[in-house]
Design a protein around this ligand. Structure first.
Ligand code: PEP
Ligand code: MG
Length: 327
């Protein structure tokens, strides 16, 4: 398989019937940029900025954040990088940030990510400045985690815009362009997505959190891991609706959860209209090989059928179909 993946490294992720897909990677540390090069991916679709915070003994200052972001942008060159503002708090608690240990019973649904960032705005301002300066003269792509309602996006964007104003006045470097996106990983956002889409430059679906919230099933509990399958009508219908809404609004949509890095899941995603994936670097070869062997039109027709009248064992039925198609 390795040789097979190496042989298609420089080739596009285009289906047999000519649908060009985008394959990006998830990253979080400076070292990960080597994976971008090695995998031949189209960019970094999710840069988890909290990794720097999680590995540090003390709160990373603006300067060290700036250095990391610059290094990542330099390494990526012409390829796009999407920086996600910190997703800390909850179970990713930082001893130097929280006054006390987070004792909440459901940390995944707790005071984390954008909820924390909007309240600890000094933290977010420092990060915004670091990103703005690091992207001086280039395009800055930023997205916010755990947005549950549109106003949270509005506030976060406003905070960035204020920091840009400040940078302009202070004659500091500023991005040539800035694109704002949002993660969809809290189901409530889907119900008000039409209100948010006109404001977005892109949407990125985080199926790790989305699945646990949709099924009310802790993603970290191994006893539930086998119970809720990504290849289930509930998730796929949910995603199909979101993808359609984005397409109708002309907003690019991508998946950045682990689901996209599994070949059969990725096949199902293409079948419901997904064309952009940000995945773990190790999966790029396998996903590209799958896409190149797939007829997207046939996959769409198959998924429509299967979602209209779901077979009992969805995964198995899809796998059998994929084998018959020689995907
Ligand atoms: C997700 O929730 O799917 C996601 C990509 O974010 P994280 O895994 O960092 O929570
Ligand atoms: Mg998440």
């Amino acid at each position: 398989r390795r040789a097979e993946y190496a042989a298609i490294r420089g080739k596009p992720a285009t289906t047999k019937d000519g649908l060009a897909c985008q394959l990006m990677v998830n990253a979080g540390l400076a070292e990960d940029t080597a994976q971008l090069e090695n995998s031949g991916a189209d960019g970094i679709g999710l840069f988890r900025t909290e990794f720097q915070f999680l590995v540090a003994a003390t709160l990373p200052g603006r300067e060290s954040q700036y250095r990391l972001y610059r290094q990542v942008l330099d390494a990526a060159g012409d390829k796009p990088v999407v920086f996600r503002t910190v997703d800390i708090g909850g179970d990713k608690a930082l001893p130097y940030l929280q006054d006390e240990k987070d004792e909440s019973e459901n940390p995944a649904m707790g005071w984390r990510a954008l909820r924390l960032s909007l309240e600890r705005s000094a933290l977010m301002k420092a990060q915004a400045r670091a990103l703005i300066e690091a992207a001086g003269g280039r395009t800055l792509r930023v997205m916010f985690p755990m947005v549950s309602e549109p106003w949270e996006f509005d506030e976060a964007k406003q905070l960035f815009e204020k920091q840009i104003e400040w940078a302009v006045q202070a004659k500091r470097p500023t991005p040539a362009k800035i694109e704002y996106g949002c993660m969809l990983e809290v189901p409530s956002l889907a119900e008000v997505l039409d209100l948010l889409l006109p404001k977005l430059d892109f949407l990125s679906i985080g199926t790790n959190d989305l699945t646990q919230f949709l099924f009310a099933a802790d993603r970290a509990d191994p006893r539930l891991a086998q119970r809720y399958d990504w290849l289930s009508p509930a998730i796929l219908r949910f995603l199909r609706r979101v993808i359609r809404q984005c397409r109708e609004a002309g907003v690019p949509v991508r998946i950045c959860g682990e689901m996209g890095g599994r070949p059969l899941e990725a096949l199902a995603l293409v079948g419901i209209g997904m064309e952009s994936f940000s995945i773990t670097p190790a999966a790029v070869g396998a996903i590209k090989a799958m896409i190149r062997s797939l007829d997207a039109g046939a996959a769409r027709a198959r998924l429509e059928q299967m979602l209209a009248r779901p077979p009992r064992d969805f995964r198995r039925a899809l796998l059998e179909w994929a084998r018959k198609q020689e995907v």
